[in-house]
Design a protein around this ligand. Structure first.
Ligand code: LRH
Length: 494
C-alpha cells in the first residue's frame, strides 16, 4: 500500500508543530514540517496564550504541508494540553485573550468550590483530581473576577476545539480533552450539569461532546485558499495530548494495569490504563484522576510537576547569564552529588513561581533539607525528587487497582532524558522502556488513520507504534541508597 498522509497539529506548552504522519498500513513515519515557539505571555499581572500567533504559525505549517504532500493528505487534526479553554460570543466573537492555566486567578478556587459542593460530590460527578489548573477553577476565577465576560459567553471550546473551529467552523468539544475540565462526567459523557448549576456556572456554554475520530467537516474555504491545501477533512484525534501519548504506548498488553506510563514533558502524567473509572473513597483520598481515553479506556493517573521544574530552573540560570541546552543540564546533573537535597515536586509553590531556583531553595530551607546551590545540584534535586514522586504515585495506584506494575513506559519528549529514565527505574525498582519521544504526534496521526478505516483497534495502533519506534530499556540498579532516599522522601512529603 502506498503511504497516506495525515497531518497532526500538536501544540505543547513550550512549542507547537505541524507534522505529517505517513502511514503505509504497517508502519508510520513522521515528518516535522514546522516547529514554532509557544509559552505563556504575561499581560498586566495575568498569564495568557497568544492564540492568534499560534494560528498564524499553524497556517504557515499547513502551507508547507500543502507544498510537500498536496493531494495525498487525507485529514488534519489538533491536539493540545488540557484544561484551557476559549470563549465565543453568540456572534462567534473571540471573548478576551485566552488564559494560561498558570494564571493566578485560580488561587483559592478549590476551597471556594468545595465550600459550596462537597469534595466527594465533585469527584463523583467528574472523576478528576483537585488541582487549581482545572477549567472548573478557571471558570470560577473568571466568575469572580470578570462575571460580565462569562455572562456574554455563548460557547466554551477547549483549546484544540478552538483550533478546529478556526480550521473548519465546528463548535463541538472532543471527549478526551473535555475530561480534563472537571466539568464533565467521564462515565456518562455528559456535562456535570447539577454540579455546575450549584456553582452558578452557566451550563448553556458547554457544547455537544464528540468522540475521538469524529469527522468535523472540510477546511474553511478561506483557510484552504490561504494555505494552498485542498478542502480536506478536519478529524478530531484524541485532542488531549496525554490521551494521544497513551494511545501510542508501545505495549502489547492493552487493557491491563500491570504496565504504567509516564507521559513526560512539561508535566509528568503518571498512571495506568483502566477499563472503568475508579471513583471510590480511596481514589478521592489519593487525589487521582480519571481522564477519558480512546475505546472506553480511562487514564487513572496523577499529574506530577514534571520537567517544568527543570525548564524553569533553566530560565533562572539564563536570567543570571548562564545558558544551557537540555543535554548540558542533564550532564551537570549527572555529575552532581546524589541525594543532596529532596523536594516534593507537587508542592503548589512550584506551580508558577517567579523564580524556580529560589522556590526550590526556599522549600529546602523550610523543610530542613540541605540547600542546593550549584546549577547541577538544583537540576539533580529536581530529577531525583521526580523519580521518588513517581514511586509514591505508583504505589498508591497499585493499591487502587490491586495490580503490581511490572514495567514503566516513558513516552514523550522527556523520554530522551536518559538520566531521569535511569533514576526512575532505580527509584521504582522496575524496568523503564523509553520511547517513542513523538508518542503524542503518533497517537494523533494513528487515530486519524483509524477514522479513515486504515487501522482497527487500540491494540493495532500500539502494534504500529511498536514496529515504527526505537525503544531503549533501563534496568533498575542501585538499591540501598534509594531505599534511604525513599524513607527521607516519604517523611518529607507526609
Ligand atoms: C500535558 C497536559 C496534562 C494536563 C496539563 C495542563 O501537556 O495536557 O495532561 O494536565 O497539560
Amino acid at each position: 500500500m502506498s503511504e497516506r498522509c495525515f497531518l497532526a497539529i500538536d501544540l505543547g506548552a513550550e512549542s507547537g508543530r505541524v507534522i505529517a504522519g505517513l502511514f503505509d498500513g504497517q508502519r508510520v513515519r513522521l515528518d516535522e514540517l514546522h516547529r514554532f515557539r509557544n509559552g505563556p505571555v504575561d499581560v498586566a499581572g495575568t498569564r495568557r496564550w497568544d492564540v492568534l500567533r499560534l494560528w498564524t504559525d499553524i497556517q504557515d505549517g499547513l502551507a508547507k504541508a500543502a507544498e510537500k504532500y498536496g493531494d495525498s493528505i487525507v485529514s488534519v487534526g489538533v491536539d493540545t494540553w488540557g484544561v484551557d479553554y476559549v470563549l465565543l460570543s453568540k456572534h462567534e466573537e473571540l471573548l478576551g485573550q485566552p488564559y494560561n492555566y498558570r494564571d493566578p486567578r485560580t488561587t483559592g478556587m478549590i476551597e471556594y468550590a468545595t465550600s459550596k459542593v462537597p469534595r466527594s460530590e465533585i469527584f463523583a460527578a467528574t472523576g478528576l483530581q483537585f488541582i487549581p489548573i482545572n477549567s472548573l477553577y478557571q471558570l470560577l476565577g473568571m466568575q469572580q473576577k470578570d462575571p460580565e465576560l462569562l455572562a456574554s459567553a455563548d460557547r466554551l471550546l477547549m483549546m484544540p476545539d478552538f483550533f478546529h473551529w478556526l480550521l473548519c467552523g465546528s463548535r463541538v468539544i472532543e471527549f478526551t480533552n473535555a475530561t480534563t475540565s472537571q466539568c464533565l462526567n467521564p462515565v456518562t459523557r455528559d456535562w456535570a450539569v447539577d454540579m455546575l448549576r450549584k456553582l452558578e456556572i452557566p451550563t448553556h456554554i458547554f457544547p455537544e461532546v464528540v468522540s475521538p475520530g469524529t469527522k468535523l467537516g472540510p477546511l474553511r474555504e478561506e483557510v484552504a485558499r490561504a494555505t494552498g491545501l485542498p478542502r480536506l477533512d478536519v478529524v478530531t484525534p484524541a485532542t488531549h495530548d496525554t490521551a494521544c501519548a497513551v494511545a501510542a504506548v508501545p505495549t502489547s498488553h492493552t487493557g491491563r494495569a500491570n504496565w504504567a506510563y509516564i507521559s513526560s514533558g512539561t508535566w509528568s502524567l503518571i498512571g495506568v490504563e483502566v477499563q472503568e473509572a475508579i471513583l471510590g473513597e480511596e481514589a478521592l483520598a489519593q487525589n487521582v484522576t480519571n481522564e477519558g481515553g480512546i475505546d472506553g479506556t480511562y487514564r487513572l493517573l496523577k499529574n506530577v510537576m514534571g520537567l517544568w521544574l527543570v525548564q524553569e530552573c533553566r530560565r533562572s540560570f539564563e536570567r543570571a547569564g548562564r545558558s544551557y541546552d537540555y543535554e548540558e543540564l542533564t550532564r551537570i546533573a549527572s555529575e552532581a552529588e546524589p541525594f543532596k537535597a529532596l523536594i516534593d515536586p507537587n508542592d503548589e509553590s512550584f506551580l508558577s513561581p517567579a523564580d524556580m531556583v529560589e522556590a526550590i531553595q526556599n522549600w529546602c530551607r523550610s523543610h530542613g533539607e540541605p540547600v542546593p546551590e550549584s546549577d547541577g545540584a538544583l537540576v539533580r534535586c529536581a530529577l531525583e525528587s521526580l523519580a521518588l514522586k513517581y514511586r509514591q504515585v505508583l504505589e498508591g495506584i497499585e493499591r487502587l487497582t490491586g495490580e503490581k506494575v511490572e514495567v514503566i513506559h516513558v513516552v514523550g519528549g522527556g523520554s530522551k532524558n536518559a538520566l531521569l529514565n535511569q533514576l526512575t527505574a532505580d527509584a521504582c525498582g522496575v524496568p523503564v522502556i523509553a520511547g517513542p519521544t513523538e508518542a503524542t504526534a503518533l497517537g494523533n496521526v494513528l487515530v486519524q488513520a483509524r477514522a479513515a478505516g486504515e487501522i482497527g483497534t487500540l491494540a493495532d495502533i500500539r502494534s504500529v507504534v511498536q514496529k515504527s519506534s526505537e525503544l531503549e530499556t533501563f534496568e533498575p540498579a542501585e538499591k540501598a541508597a534509594w531505599n534511604d532516599a525513599w524513607e527521607r522522601f516519604t517523611a518529607l512529603t507526609r
